[in-house]
Write a protein that binds this ligand. Structure first.
Ligand code: TXA
Ligand code: MG
Length: 346
């Protein structure tokens, strides 16, 4: 298949991209579109056959449900039921934006889309491309991140191209994703509401609106053998580059000293802009700027692979605010390998 590329960064380009995407979705095909979090691989959420093409292209396990993207508050009631007032308040405050909420699903959403669950994840994205496509086509869009299952989520059209050139009919380019990590996912299908995936809408912000929330154990800890998961996505290895990543928890001086002692062939650092290290370094943002770390992390993981890194020492980020999302993604990329370096004598 020949992939068509369109650039949505000019007014004319935006118009052409939206028109082309609407046509493809209406025809039951799939397309990669930018969102404000990461690029998404899109299909009509109501069309089981079209959604099946997403699973096939990604190599995604059938039991891993997709998020349905909408553009109006009314659309929520068309696909979900038993929506608590608290969720409506969150929607008012954070939609359109990087927040996904899970509810009981209605029958217009087929089982393939929801991974066989009786719940559905819903998000109203703010990015003008996907938003306009939903508004103009009237189609609720099922979209996972536009990467092959297991590789880091795409934050540029080049990342999408690396995984899907010649595999899907359309890739729309809108430059770097604004947030760079996938949306916050919170479930209202359980009481109290449970944070399943941290993102740019923070746990602190959710608590402010909801009071008590549960934080899923799988966010910061590896699953025990046979453990039940609240979100099927957590079962699978994620965000993983080829290189083996080991996270170092400690201050700048300890990081610098540790990486000096462990330098070698193919050994790289994944560190903050301020860090000093003798290792060849890929940097993922200012040490005190978790939003910037979120925006740059996935591209940094891909760059490490491109540069042929074999072993990577990553500097562990802070875990409050958006930092929780960064911790969650980098821990998974590292397979939860963490070494405390503060206690070591230099
Ligand atoms: O920012 C985002 O959310 C991006 C953009 C494209 O919108 N999408 C995205 O989708 O990250 P995906 O499929 O890569 O991640 C969706 C996550 C998965 O971990 C999945 O298991 C979980 O949400 N999920 C979806 N529906 C669910 C449900 N009904 N119950 C529990 N978890 C669900
Ligand atoms: Mg994904």
């Amino acid at each position: 298949m020949k992939t068509r590329y369109l650039d949505a960064r000019t007014p004319d380009g935006l118009k052409a991209s939206v028109a082309a995407a609407c046509e493809i979705l209406r025809a039951g095909e799939i397309a990669a579109l930018p969102t404000e979090t990461v690029y998404g691989l899109c299909a009509d959420a109501r069309d089981a056959k079209a959604v099946g093409k997403i699973f096939e292209a990604k190599g995604r396990p059938q039991d891993n449900p997709l998020i349905v993207h909408i553009a109006t508050p009314e659309a929520l009631d068309e696909i979900a039921c038993n929506i608590p007032d608290a969720a409506r308040r969150l929607a008012e405050k954070y939609w359109p934006g990087p927040l996904t909420m899970i509810f009981e699903k209605k029958s217009v959403i087929p089982a393939v889309t929801s991974g066989g669950l009786d719940t559905v994840a819903v998000r109203m994205p703010s990015h003008p491309v996907i938003r306009e496509v939903i508004l103009q086509s009237g189609i609720p869009i099922a979209a996972p991140s536009a990467n092959r299952s297991g590789s880091p989520s795409p934050t540029t059209a080049e990342h999408v191209t690396a995984d899907f050139d010649g595999v899907i009919p359309l890739i729309v380019d809108s430059g770097c994703s604004q947030f760079g990590v996938e949306s916050t996912v919170i479930s209202f299908a359980v009481q109290p509401p449970r944070l399943l995936r941290p993102g740019s809408v923070t746990a602190e912000q959710l608590r402010e609106e909801l009071g008590e929330i549960a934080i899923d154990d799988a966010i910061l800890h590896p699953l025990a053998e046979g453990q039940r998961v609240s979100s099927p996505g957590m079962k699978y290895r994620h965000y993983a580059p080829q290189a083996q990543i080991v996270l170092l928890k400690g201050d700048a001086a300890a990081f610098s000293a540790y990486t000096r002692r462990h330098a070698g062939d193919g050994v790289y650092a994944l560190c903050f802009d301020e860090d000093e290290t003798v290792l060849p370094a890929v940097r993922y943002g200012g040490q005190a700027d978790p939003a910037q770390q979120a925006a740059r992390l996935f591209a940094a993981l891909r760059e490490l692979d491109e540069r042929g890194a074999k072993l990577v020492y990553g500097h562990f980020p802070q875990s409050d605010g958006v930092g929780l999302a960064v911790c969650n993604r980098i821990l998974r990329a590292a397979g939860f390998r963490v070494i405390e370096i503060e206690s070591e004598r230099k």
